[in-house]
Design a protein. Structure first.
Lengths: 452, 230
């Protein structure tokens, strides 16, 4: 190493490149070389991951404070907030494990990508409000020095929810809750709806709620049988396409594996016990397949189209300048497709989605489907809301999963909440105690009504 | 309402004679290549010392949420800053008079700074030309002025894209909208058409719809000697 540095020094002097490299661009790539040297020194010193017998640089380290299973938006959000909220720089070592680096089946990349505040639970509304704030100020959080600022290509057009007679009372109630939490929502009658969006057919619509995307600064901000507590000591991380694995000793494991969180929980022994007891309560998150279709409609609604959610469950939004629309509909319980693969059923669009779309927006009778894909919801079969926080028996496993289709929207806020739970021991800014695991055992449903 | 061609430097400098490096702090929001060396040293210091980081953030916030206005009150002329960049104290006599027009061209107004403007419920004319921090999110807040706003100019704002323009459909009283020279809009001609469809009562100035069109192959060979008419 010393010899190499000397050679560099001599080379510079001989060729007379000295003056030119002191300012402006250096052809020697000092930053890369310095970081390489630092890495080598760190690996040799005690505490580093240097193995004198064979090269282990491609394996994860042997020790890590926190291991996050799952590298989707929730896992990465928890990792980001853990590093951001740690008390001293470099205090916590975080390892994020993701089995598919192409993210081909990850729900994050396949989602329709909307963020709304029209939920029925106050906690969900708070989560969305903070996430909107985060996205708006994303350069304050995620900008890297010397890189161009991030451009989210975010469309702040808002959401429009339509309700029929049956749902009108629930919608009014929800709007009241949303307004209390600080979301900007307005209720519209069918005539107002027709005036604002002339392309809607308001037959059957009793009430509509239109949410503006804006953010609010106001945040607000618990038998004598024997119980066995378990602790996870090691996570075996298996490398891709090989038999090698690295046992990573860790203090805390965070389950952010999305649609596969149920399987990860079973690996930790959650749910192995007589049913009806806490040991026997499984994590009720399973993958559910959902389709998304992209179509083109030349006479369709214009630039002002918000994300429209019809009372029948069909939804769509505009994409880009070229009159393309993205949308779909959630199948009912009986029609749930088999989640074994991500094949798209085009018949579903013809039979279940198109009729509702054409009924609500007459211009959609002449549309042409351009492409379609399918993705997984990490569906919480208990109450379709997220699971956040530690497990009562496996004391060092924390959950950040089960958001059933609105994980992407709430990821920044949930990441912060889990990081606070890990670092401080309780939720500091948004109180997510209703979302703890224990509700599955106690049978307390925290039902979210506005799920699409 | 013509905004002056040369933008008056309305933002007062924060440090009168301070080191040049501190002025450059506010430019961390939009980093430029030639600021690299100075900024990495500051970034290094800010990473190591909480005081430097707090100072930086405070200065940035101060810089970014100052709004200097040139106002016109009902029936009166424009009130401008005098030669030294200060407003005359006559201002205070007009506190009860509603503000009709605001010219904030070139100001460093951002999302939070808009709070001041959105409180003006009788605002008829708003000019946000060449404001570097006005982006799509700011436009999504303008719906609160829908009742009175008749004239809006967004010319030359570097961060406004067609997604922000989509939020303007709430402003149904708008009669004049200027969306020329928006570098972040991907297809100015098509956007102009879509915005015109969205706001039927509004006169939309800006990109010419023929701007994005290319000549067909037979016309192109004729035009090699001439410049393409805009």
């Amino acid at each position: 190493m010393l010899r190499r540095a000397l050679r560099l020094g001599l080379g510079r002097g001989l060729l007379g490149r000295g003056l030119g490299t002191w300012r402006g661009d250096s052809t020697l790539d000092w930053d890369g070389k310095v970081s390489d040297i630092k890495k080598k020194i760190q690996s040799v010193l005690p505490g580093g991951a240097w193995n004198p017998l064979y090269d282990t640089s491609h394996l994860p380290p042997e020790h890590s404070d926190v291991v996050i299973v799952g590298g989707g938006v929730l896992g990465l959000s928890v990792a980001y907030w853990l590093k951001r909220l740690e008390k001293r720089r470099g205090a916590i070592q975080v390892l994020v494990v993701e089995r598919d680096y192409t993210y081909s089946q990850a729900s994050t990349g396949l989602s329709v990508g909307g963020i709304r505040q029209q939920f029925s639970l106050p906690e969900n509304i708070q989560l969305s409000l903070f996430s909107v704030d985060f996205l708006r100020n994303i350069n304050e959080y995620l900008a890297v020095v010397d890189d161009p600022p991030l451009d989210l290509q975010f469309n702040p057009s808002g959401y429009l929810l339509l309700a029929s007679e049956k749902g009108a009372a629930i919608m009014e109630n929800n709007v009241k809750v949303q307004r209390q939490e600080g979301a900007k929502v307005c209720l519209m009658s069918p005539e107002q709806l027709r005036n604002k969006f002339p392309w809607i057919n308001t037959e059957g619509v009793a009430l509509a709620s239109y949410g503006f995307i804006s953010s609010s600064n106001r945040m607000e901000t618990a038998s004598g049988e024997e119980v066995t507590l378990k602790r996870i000591h090691e996570v075996h991380v298996k490398m891709d396409r090989s038999l090698e694995y690295q046992p990573v000793e860790c203090a805390i494991v965070i389950n952010a594996a999305g649609a596969w969180s149920g399987q990860i929980a079973e690996l930790a022994g959650i749910g192995k016990g007589p049913p009806g007891t806490l040991q026997g309560t499984k994590l009720p998150v399973e993958p559910r397949k959902r389709y998304v279709y992209l179509w083109h409609c030349p006479q369709g609604p214009g630039l002002e189209t918000p994300f429209v959610i019809d009372s029948s469950g069909a939804y769509f939004r505009r994409e880009g300048l070229g009159n393309n629309y993205l949308g779909s509909c959630s199948p009912t319980e009986e029609e749930e497709p088999d989640p074994g693969n991500l094949e798209v059923d085009h018949g579903f669009f013809q039979d279940k989605v198109w009729p509702h779309l054409a009924q609500r927006v007459p211009a959609f009778e002449t549309l042409k489907v351009r492409s379609a894909w399918a993705g997984y919801y990490d569906y919480n079969t208990f109450d379709q809301n997220g699971v956040v926080g530690p497990h009562p028996l496996v004391v060092n496993m924390y959950f950040a999963t089960g958001f059933s289709g609105h994980g992407l929207q709430q990821a920044p806020a949930v990441g912060r909440a889990v990081a606070e739970m890990v670092l401080e021991g309780s939720f500091q800014t948004i109180d997510l105690n209703p979302f703890l695991f224990s509700r599955f055992y106690l049978g307390e449903k925290v039902q979210e009504h506005n799920i699409i | 309402m013509a905004a002056p061609k040369a933008s008056l430097h309305l933002v007062a400098p924060i440090w009168k004679g301070g080191p040049r490096g501190i002025r450059g702090l506010s430019r961390t929001v939009a980093p430029e290549g030639n600021q690299r060396k100075g900024r990495t040293v500051l970034q290094f210091l800010a990473d190591r010392f909480y005081d430097v980081q707090a100072l930086r953030e405070y200065l940035l916030r101060k810089q970014v949420s100052k709004v200097h206005q040139k106002n016109r009150f009902q029936g009166q002329e424009w009130m401008r800053p005098n030669g030294r960049g200060r407003f005359s104290l006559e201002f205070f006599k007009f506190q009860a008079v509603p503000v009709e027009a605001v010219d904030a061209s070139g100001c460093a107004i951002n999302y939070q700074g808009l709070d001041n403007l959105l409180a003006l419920k009788e605002l008829q004319s708003l000019s946000l030309q060449r404001c570097p921090h006005v982006d799509d999110w700011c436009l999504s807040r303008l719906y609160q002025l829908a009742g009175s706003l008749q004239e809006l100019s967004l010319a030359g704002c570097p961060q406004v894209s067609e997604r922000g323009l989509a939020c303007l459909h709430h402003l149904q009283n708008l009669r004049r909208l200027d969306i020329s020279d928006l570098p972040a809009v991907s297809n100015p001609g098509l956007t102009q058409i879509l915005v015109e469809e969205m706001l039927p009562n509004c006169n939309v100035l800006g990109a010419d719809w023929a701007q994005g069109l290319k000549l067909g192959p037979e016309e192109q060979s004729q035009d090699t000697a001439r410049s393409i008419p805009a």
